[in-house]
Design a protein around this ligand. Structure first.
Ligand code: SAM
Ligand code: DTB
Ligand code: SF4
Length: 370
């Protein structure tokens, strides 16, 4: 049996990534079959519960307030809106609802209490509940776990070195600290990254090495292909070739044999055959939904039709890990305040797009009738 290895080296991961493609896929498929049912895919529906207006400067993200992008911003969705979306997702085969908020970090306020209610609402529908809300303290993670949260999504996104070229408003160590807090609260970890931002193969493999060295390894690893959105500093990045996606998926599968490898953003640029090739290479999950958070995603009925055609069934909730217990009686240490870092480096491209957005907003204000 191919066992989990926590002692990978960068060289050994790069060697795997750079194998001839068919050898790589064959190896990944063999590992996949030892640990997973190859004809089963887990489906997570994404729901943006608070959209846009984020204070961070992630160069890839259309939700960063400082860039001028064409997205509809939204305050927190209501409990009823989330319940309806979750029920629909469940009916259409999703075992998990993943709720995203465009926050830098969670604040101990009424909005967070509302998110806890959203978590309880979805938990009561017997679905796995996931949130991605930015950085969380140990106590906030515990509150989410006690509300019934099953997974927390918090991506490393790239290597520590390349991260500095993409985000200047927080540090890599903040991301790792949040993952530690999630683990302490006994939730499952969903953490992966984006390819196609201009990073090198070494950066991709370094990110996988960092994830694979977490003990235990993350239960889910989303692999996103950059969706280059107009108005963001990465708007001109070319879309990644399917071969790179296959290599990344296959390498992730080999390096983290038990994890759920999720084919995430970028599926609208992939053919159906390309996606099936990724399933062959070890992808065992997709993000579904009319949109991802703000950008387009394939239609769920097309996904389901493809599954039927190739004999894939969908995974049921809690097949991999037991349903978490809620705890309504715990008391929390309210003095637990984290100071997240503010690195002092400046990313020129991000500054340029911030200035461009300012100009565009000023132009719009000028052209408005008084
Ligand atoms: N604000 C929280 C955070 O940053 O962790 C949660 C939401 S954030 C949008 C979740 C993830 O979406 C990011 O870590 C990134 O991996 C992914 N993402 C955002 N914009 C993307 C894009 N344009 N293309 C691909 N992935 C993207
Ligand atoms: C993840 O790794 N990808 C999802 C989810 N986790 C939250 C988000 C993708 C967002 C793509 C850009 C957008 O739609 O705004
Ligand atoms: Fe904010 Fe998350 Fe987007 Fe970064 S990725 S700008 S933290 S919503």
């Amino acid at each position: 049996m191919y066992q989990t290895n926590y002692n990978w080296t960068l060289d050994s991961i790069m060697e795997i990534y750079n194998k001839p493609l068919l050898d790589l896929v064959f190896q990944a498929a063999s590992v996949h079959r030892e640990h997973h049912d190859p004809n089963k895919i887990q489906v997570s529906t994404l729901l943006s519960v608070k959209t846009g207006g984020c204070s961070e400067d992630c160069a890839y993200c259309p939700q960063a307030a400082r860039y001028f992008t064409d997205i509809e911003t939204n305050d927190l969705l209501s409990v009823d809106q989330v319940r309806v979306a979750a029920e629909r997702a469940k009916k259409l085969g999703s075992s998990r609802l993943c709720m995203g908020a465009a926050w830098r970090s969670v604040k101990d306020n009424a909005d967070f209490d509302h998110v806890l209610d959203l978590v309880k609402t979805v938990y009561d529908l017997d679905m796995e509940v996931c949130c991605t809300l930015g950085m969380v303290s140990e106590q906030q993670a515990q509150k989410l776990a006690d509300a019934g949260l099953y997974a927390y999504n918090h991506n490393l996104d790239s290597s520590e070195e390349f991260y500095k070229e993409i985000i200047s408003t927080r540090g890599y160590e903040d991301r790792l600290k949040t993952l530690e807090n999630v683990r302490k609260a006994n939730m499952t970890i969903c953490s992966g990254g984006i390819i196609g931002m201009g990073e090198s193969v070494e950066d991709r493999c370094q990110m996988l090495l960092t994830l694979a060295q977490l003990n235990p390894q993350p239960e889910s690893v989303p692999i996103n292909a950059l969706v280059a959105v107009e108005g963001t500093p990465l708007e001109e990045q070319e879309s990644v070739e399917i071969w790179e996606m296959i290599r990344m998926v296959a390498t992730t599968r080999i390096v983290m044999p038990k994890t759920t490898v999720r084919l995430s953003a970028g599926r609208t640029n992939m053919t159906k055959e390309g996606q099936v090739f990724c399933f062959m290479a070890g992808a065992s999950s997709i993000f579904a939904g009319d949109k991802l958070l703000t950008t387009p995603n394939p239609d769920i009925f097309e996904d389901l039709a493809l599954f039927e055609k190739i004999g894939i069934t969908v995974q049921q909730p809690y097949e991999k890990h037991a349903k978490p217990n809620q705890d309504q009686n715990r008391t929390y240490d309210e003095s637990d305040q984290v100071k997240w870092s503010r690195p002092d480096h400046v990313i020129e491209a991000n500054e340029k797009y911030k200035a461009l957005a300012k100009e565009k907003r000023a132009e719009l204000n000028h052209s408005k009738p008084s």
